[in-house]
Design a binder for this molecule. Structure first.
Ligand code: FAD
Length: 318
């Protein structure tokens, strides 16, 4: 079932959903089931699976020269989605990115997903790979999520890249996109970022999932601004609890968001690791309770494949 149908059927009740990472190369599918088993008990409406493109790594050869290798540490997004749908009968949502894909690769991936009965996507541009300063699109691929949305909506009307195809099967993907209450890190200001968000909606996005935030006011302001700009699709908040001292630096560094002063000061004063986790989980529970009272369509948890923290928060909130 599509995410938009889940929201409609919930009739105002807040949905619970999670995002997981595919297993690291070398692990098997049971690693994913081990992460998901405790979370599926809480009946998530859908489970997102991230996409990780190949990275370049350099290894020294015997002659001392460096050789460049292409590696994908977490392949298998499409197959893991199919395994989740088969095993749990819960809708799985693959993340589809521009980076590393030509338009033909994208079309083939969408055909696979359609054959597998997967009818939801989270459509993204993808981040620059570590060896690039800024995002470099694949030659013959897409530079922005909006272009990828156009390809998906074309397939939704039966328009494939091959013009000669007659009476082609129409796909029926429900399209989610990313939104950034504290703006995307490359954008010169929030207004311009939201201008492009509106473009994604006009091109066919059905719902928005936000980047994580730790100050609900940022989400409330973002929703208000969206509605003022006539962006009227559901806006699902993305949630992650802060649980370690390192998160004080790694979260702003990796996700380009601020941490509220009072939360950061509490963590600084905490006596040990357990106390930090308690502070972070309590903050997250309070955040979720306030968002639920506000009437958000769902709470979408970035689990980072750690189920126990998400479970503690979800049990306290749902
Ligand atoms: P876009 O919407 O294309 O925007 C990128 C930037 O370009 C923004 O600054 C925007 O303002 C600007 N822009 C947009 N359109 C135009 C245009 N036409 N002309 C000029 N400027 C424009 N990354 C992964 O690699 N794999 C994942 O699985 C993944 N999952 C994610 C899930 C969520 C919920 C979120 C919030 C992010 C996720 N990301 C993932 C990270 C995401 O790929 C990065 O944040 C990426 O840098 C931007 O992706 P986007 O889809 O928001 O890009």
């Amino acid at each position: 079932m599509k995410v938009t149908e889940h929201i409609e059927r919930a009739n105002g009740k807040t949905l619970f959903s999670v995002e997981i990472l595919p297993p690291l190369k070398g692990q098997d599918v049971n690693c994913t089931f081990k992460t998901l088993d405790p979370l599926v008990e809480l009946q998530p409406a859908f489970i997102d699976v991230t996409y990780h493109r190949q990275e370049f790594i350099y290894k020294q050869k015997e002659n001392g020269l460096l050789k460049r290798y292409q590696v994908r540490k977490r392949p298998g997004t499409v197959a893991i989605c199919a395994a989740i749908q088969n095993h749990y009968k819960v809708d799985a949502i693959p993340h589809l990115i521009c980076g590393g894909f030509t338009k033909e690769d994208t079309e083939d991936a969408l055909i696979d997903l359609n054959f597998l009965g997967i009818d939801n996507l989270l459509v993204l541009r993808g981040d620059p790979i570590k060896t690039e300063k800024s995002f470099v699109p694949e030659s013959g691929g897409h530079a922005y999520a909006s272009e990828l949305i156009e390809q998906v909506t074309a397939l939704n009307t039966g328009n494939y890249l091959d013009d000669d195809l007659q009476e082609s099967h129409k796909m029926d993907f429900c399209i989610g996109v990313a939104g950034y209450p504290e703006k995307h890190f490359e954008s010169p200001n929030l207004g311009m970022d939201m201008y492009y968000l509106k473009k994604k909606v006009e091109l066919g996005a059905d719902y928005i999932v936000t980047q994580m935030f730790f100050d609900n006011q940022k989400y409330f302001d973002f929703v208000k601004k969206c509605r003022e700009m006539d962006i009227n699709i559901p806006i699902i908040p993305g949630i992650k609890p802060l649980t370690t001292f390192n998160h004080l630096t790694s979260i702003p560094q990796n996700f380009y968001i601020d941490l509220p002063e009072s939360l950061a000061m509490e963590v600084l004063k905490a006596k040990d690791k357990e106390a930090i986790k308690e502070i972070g989980l309590e903050w997250c529970i309070n955040q979720c309770k306030e968002l639920k009272a506000f009437g958000v369509p769902g709470l979408h948890f970035y689990t980072m494949s750690n189920s126990s923290n998400t479970k503690k928060v979800a049990e306290a909130v749902f």
